[in-house]
Design a binder for this molecule. Structure first.
Ligand code: NAD
Length: 228
């Protein structure tokens, strides 16, 4: 018999207990920056050095932190379910915790991409990506991040997983960044949906919706208890 499919949409909040600050909790500033300065194509055009420095700092922090109990619970659920994690996070804490199917909707901090050929994607060793680092075609590398205003290429794949879900969990996202926030609408009405967040985002009421107003580790523990 095939295993039931459990699909998760995670956001910055699941990494908060690991010591990576969320974005909305800082009044819409990301580590003191207007997001459009550091996370938009216009920001990159205006000041690529600032953008490279910003992501270098994020990488420096992210490589030192460890996954928390929330990430581990999601990894352990693979013993029972087919688990697909759709994350808005650019850190690699789901992978570090042992999750094997992770879709990064907004890109990955530890990858870089050519500015002339988006199919050329490289691992960033260590934490630095610098002006003058180039792809094999000689063009500047940029962070492999989906910036505000850019297409979200993994969205279609994510939507198919959401449609196939037997159980759907949302954890640590303010559900304000689209198209990611719209994924809930792809989930069938008969499917149980759990939302875990200490500061519950406003969501349209729908059948089989369970709101758990707790931090990631505690809220996911509660989901675990309800599932078994
Ligand atoms: P967000 O910052 O908009 O929202 C964070 C949510 O997490 C809020 O609803 C908040 O109440 C909740 N939260 C705070 N502490 C929590 C905890 N301990 N446990 C569970 N939930 C907690 O994040 P978002 O919705 O993911 O959107 C922000 C965008 O910024 C994303 O596109 C993402 O790529 C980017 N970002 C990523 C990271 C990361 O990779 N770790 C960090 C900051 C921002």
């Amino acid at each position: 018999m095939s295993r039931r499919k459990l699909v998760v949409l995670s956001g910055a909040g699941i990494s908060a207990e690991s010591g990576i600050p969320t974005f909305r909790d800082a009044d819409g500033l990301w580590e003191g920056h207007d997001v459009m300065e550091v996370a938009s194509p216009q920001g990159w055009q205006r000041n690529p050095q600032l953008v490279l420095d910003f992501y270098n700092q994020r990488r420096k922090v992210a490589r030192k932190v460890e996954p928390n109990r929330g990430h581990s619970i999601l990894a352990e659920l693979e013993e029972e379910f087919e688990v697909v994690i759709i994350t808005q996070n650019v850190d690699d804490l789901h992978e570090k915790a042992g999750s094997s199917q992770v879709i990064h909707l907004h890109g990955e901090l530890f990858k870089s991409r050519s500015t002339v050929d988006p199919s050329l994607i490289y691992d960033v060793e260590g934490w630095e990506l610098n002006w003058g680092d180039t792809c094999e075609k000689g063009s500047q590398l940029r962070p492999h991040i989906v910036w505000f205003g850019e297409m979200v290429p993994m969205m279609e794949v994510a939507a198919v997983h959401a449609q196939q879900a037997d159980i759907f969990i949302v954890v640590g996202t303010s559900l304000v960044v689209y198209p990611a926030a719209g994924l809930l609408d792809y989930v069938s009405s008969s499917v149980p949906k759990y939302i875990v967040d200490p500061n519950m985002p406003s969501v349209q009421s729908r059948p089989n919706l369970h709101l758990i107003e707790k931090i990631g580790s505690e809220g996911l523990q509660e989901v675990l208890e309800r599932l078994f």
